[in-house]
Design a protein around this ligand. Structure first.
Ligand code: G3H
Ligand code: 13P
Ligand code: NA
Ligand code: ZN
Length: 308
C-alpha cells in the first residue's frame, strides 16, 4: 500500500526511523520490497534525478509500481530525492510520487525559501508532501560535488523561520553527515549539539538525515582485497549515532551508498570466485539476496520492523 510519508512520520516520530532507500535497478527494487515484506517494515523508496536518467522515469516508476503489485502488503512511500523544479514538474505530472524533495540548499536563505514555497504550493495542491533542505552537506550528490570547505551546518536559529515561511513538511538538515563513501574522514561524526538545538526549535517536526549510509569497513576492505581501490580510513553513520538521532526527531534516514558498496563487493567477490562465469543473473540473484539481508538488519536497527 502506497502511503504519504506524513503518515509514516506521525507514527514513528521520536520512536523509530524510516529507511529511505535509493533505487536504480530492478534488483534493488525487488530486494527492498522483499525485505519490507518479510520484516513488515514501512519503507520509503526514493529515486534521484540520476536514477531517473539512468533507468528512464517510465521504466523506473513502473518497475516500482510492479514491485508494489508483487508485494501488495508492503507499506511504502515513493519519494523524489534531490529534485529541482524541472524534476518536480515532471514528477507531479507523472502522478506516481507521494513526496518530493526540493533541494535549493545551495542557494541563499531567501532564495531557498522562495523556491521551496513555490514547490510546496504546487505539491500540496496535488496532495503531495515536500521535503526541503537547509544547510549544505559535503560529498558527492548526484553529479554535484561539494567539498568540506563549502559545506555548512544547518543553523538552528534559521529553522523555525524556514519551516513556517515555506510550509515544508519535513526538513533535511546538515549536521555533519555527507553523501558518498568517504564520510567523517576528519573523524568528527554527527554534531549532536546542533541536532539538539534544531530539535528544540522544531519539537514534533520530522527531520531528515541525508548521508545515512554506514559504509561498513569490512565491505570496503574486502573490495580492496579483491582489486578495488576505494579510499580507506573513513566511516559512515554508526548504529549509536542513528539511534540517538531518531530520539532527536530524525524520522527519515537516506541510504544510497551502502547499496553501491554492497553491489561492488558482491560482484567483485562473485567474479573473483567464478572467473568462468558471464551471466548477469547469477551475481544479480546473489546481490538481491544480500540486499534483503542488509535491509532486514537496517530496519531492525532503525526500529521499523513490524511497524507496517
Ligand atoms: O544524494 C543521493 C544519492 O547519493 C545520489 O545518488 O547521484 O547516483 O543519483 P545519484
Ligand atoms: P549516502 O551517500 O550516505 O547513502 O546518502 C544518501 C542520501 O542522502 C540520498 O539522498
Ligand atoms: Na543539497
Ligand atoms: Zn541526499
Amino acid at each position: 500500500m502506497k502511503v504519504s510519508p506524513k503518515d509514516l512520520y506521525n507514527h514513528c516520530y521520536g520512536k523509530y526511523g524510516i529507511a529511505a532507500i535509493n533505487v536504480f535497478t530492478m534488483e534493488q527494487v525487488l530486494g527492498v520490497f522483499k525485505a519490507a515484506s518479510i520484516s513488515k517494515s514501512p519503507v520509503i523508496i526514493q529515486t534521484t534525478p540520476v536514477a531517473r536518467d539512468y533507468a528512464n522515469p517510465v521504466m523506473l516508476l513502473n518497475m516500482i509500481a510492479t514491485g508494489a503489485q508483487i508485494f501488495p502488503e508492503v507499506v511504502y512511500a515513493l519519494h523524489l530525492d534531490h529534485g529541482n523544479e524541472f524534476h518536480i514538474d515532471a514528477a507531479l505530472e507523472e502522478g506516481h510520487y507521494t513526496s518530493l524533495m526540493i533541494d535549493a540548499s545551495n542557494d541563499s536563505f531567501e532564495k531557498n525559501i522562495s523556491r521551496t514555497l513555490s514547490v510546496v504550493q504546487s505539491a500540496h495542491s496535488k496532495g503531495l508532501v515536500v521535503e526541503a533542505e537547509l544547510g549544505v552537506l559535503s560529498g558527492v550528490e548526484d553529479d554535484m560535488e561539494v567539498d568540506e570547505a563549502n559545506s555548512r551546518y544547518t543553523q538552528p536559529d534559521e529553522v523555525e523561520e524556514f519551516v513556517s515561511r515555506t510550509g515544508c513538511d519535513s526538513l533535511a538538515i546538515a549536521v555533519g553527515t555527507s553523501h558518498g563513501a568517504y564520510k567523517f574522514s576528519g573523524g568528527q561524526g554527527i554534531q549532536f549539539g546542533i541536532l539538539k538545538e534544531i530539535n528544540k526549535r522544531l519539537p514534533g517536526y520530522p527531520l531528515v538525515l541525508h548521508g545515512g549510509s554506514a559504509v561498513d569497513p569490512k565491505e570496503t576492505q574486502e573490495i580492496n582485497e579483491l582489486g578495488g581501490q576505494l579510499k580507506s580510513g573513513s566511516r559512515g553513520v554508526s548504529e549509536e549515532e542513528l539511534k540517538a538521532a531518531i530520539g532527536l526527531g530524525v524520522c527519515k534516514v537516506n541510504i544510497a551508498t551502502d547499496l553501491r558498496v554492497l553491489w561492488t563487493r558482491v560482484h567483485r567477490e562473485f567474479f573473483n570466485n567464478h572467473p568462468d562465469q558471464f551471466d548477469p543473473i547469477v551475481p544479480g540473484k546473489k546481490y538481491q539476496e544480500e540486499l534483503v539481508e542488509f535491509c532486514l538488519k537496517k530496519f531492525e536497527l532503525l526500529g521499523s520492523t513490524g511497524k507496517a
